[in-house]
Design a protein around this ligand. Structure first.
Ligand SMILES: NC(=O)c1ccc[n+]([C@@H]2O[C@H](COP(=O)([O-])OP(=O)(O)OC[C@H]3O[C@@H](n4cnc5c(N)ncnc54)[C@H](OP(=O)(O)O)[C@@H]3O)[C@@H](O)[C@H]2O)c1
Length: 264
């Protein structure tokens, strides 16, 4: 890419389908050039071609397996050094198996690699690029599953709780920097992730399932409103802030010199 749009370039992982592909569409329509990343090069090329034709933006395709250390390292290098890049959508993720005693632990390892390790490394690379320029946007795809252990997806849920915490913690570390950070916590969203993880989204109450276009549009509205954490289906953001305030009531007693009287 020799010249770039005024918005700069958005790098989107997991852009070959689902939520990532809709982010690509919406960010192109907002005037971003694109770097689209996933393993399925044919799908990425088809999307890139459509978006070039429809919107006139530049769209580059990078085939990468984000559980592969060498592929991740190449992407980190690009993200950390290419100053045309102004946004990262850290979206690629798998839901995978959650049967703790019955699953191959290597499958957990791969899920953690993609959903946690790669997300962290790419966010860190983008931060090295954005922080000195006091600009840029990092969007991390978490999930409401990370708020609800009751959903019985202990490994996937933990990876997604990590993503929310990481984003909240980065906001603290970035202080009043103009770098925008957002964790997006979708509920059930109609994409291939369900089929890929052996679940049937049609078995769910349709009132709980959001279309992928609506989900991404709502998440981007949350970004525009400056939300750090966006739950696209939550009617009243005050409920989220209330939950945070309830948790903060614990803080004065979380680290003290004496054990609690009830435990003596
Ligand atoms: N859909 C939901 O209900 C839902 C709810 C909450 C959160 N989320 C989160 O939203 C994000 C996107 O999910 P989605 O529903 O759009 O999933 P999806 O339809 O299954 O798409 C996942 C994307 O990630 C890419 N990907 C998977 N493994 C990869 C790997 N090893 N290396 C590189 N790319 C890889 C896939 O592309 P290739 O196969 O071409 O590599 C695909 O583009 C995920 O982080 C997910 O946890 C989804």
């Amino acid at each position: 890419m020799s010249t770039t749009s005024t918005k700069g370039v958005a790098l989107i992982t997991g852009a070959s389908t689902g939520i990532g592909a809709v982010y690509a569409d919406r960010l192109a329509k907002r005037g971003y050039d694109l770097i689209l990343v996933a393993r399925d090069e044919a799908r990425l090329n088809a999307l890139a071609e459509r978006l070039r034709t429809e919107t006139g933006v530049k769209a580059e395709v990078i085939k990468a397996d984000l559980t592969d250390k060498a592929d991740v390292a190449k992407l980190e290098q690009r993200l950390a050094t290419d100053t045309a890049i102004t946004a990262l959508v850290n979206n690629a993720g798998v839901a995978g198996s959650n049967d703790f005693t019955g699953s191959d632990p290597d499958a957990f390892d791969k899920m953690i690699q993609l959903n946690v390790t790669t997300v962290t490394r790419l966010a860190a690379a983008a931060a090295r690029n954005f922080a000195p320029r006091n600009s840029g946007t990092i969007i991390n795809l978490a999930s409401v599953v990370g708020l609800m252990p009751e959903l019985n997806m202990p490994v996937y849920g933990a990876t997604k709780a990590f993503v929310t915490y990481l984003t909240q913690g980065l906001r603290v570390q970035f202080g009043d920097s103009a770098v925008r950070l957002q964790a997006v916590l979708p509920g059930a969203t109609r994409t291939e992730i369900w089929e890929r993880s052996g679940s049937d989204i049609d078995a769910m109450d349709p009132n709980m399932v959001m279309g992928v276009d609506d989900m991404v549009d709502a998440a981007l509205a949350g970004l525009d409103q400056g939300e750090l954490v966006t739950i696209p289906s939550l009617p009243d953001a005050a409920d989220w802030h209330g939950a945070l305030a309830a948790k903060a009531k614990l803080y004065p007693n979380l680290s003290r010199s004496e054990p609690a009287a009830r435990l003596r």
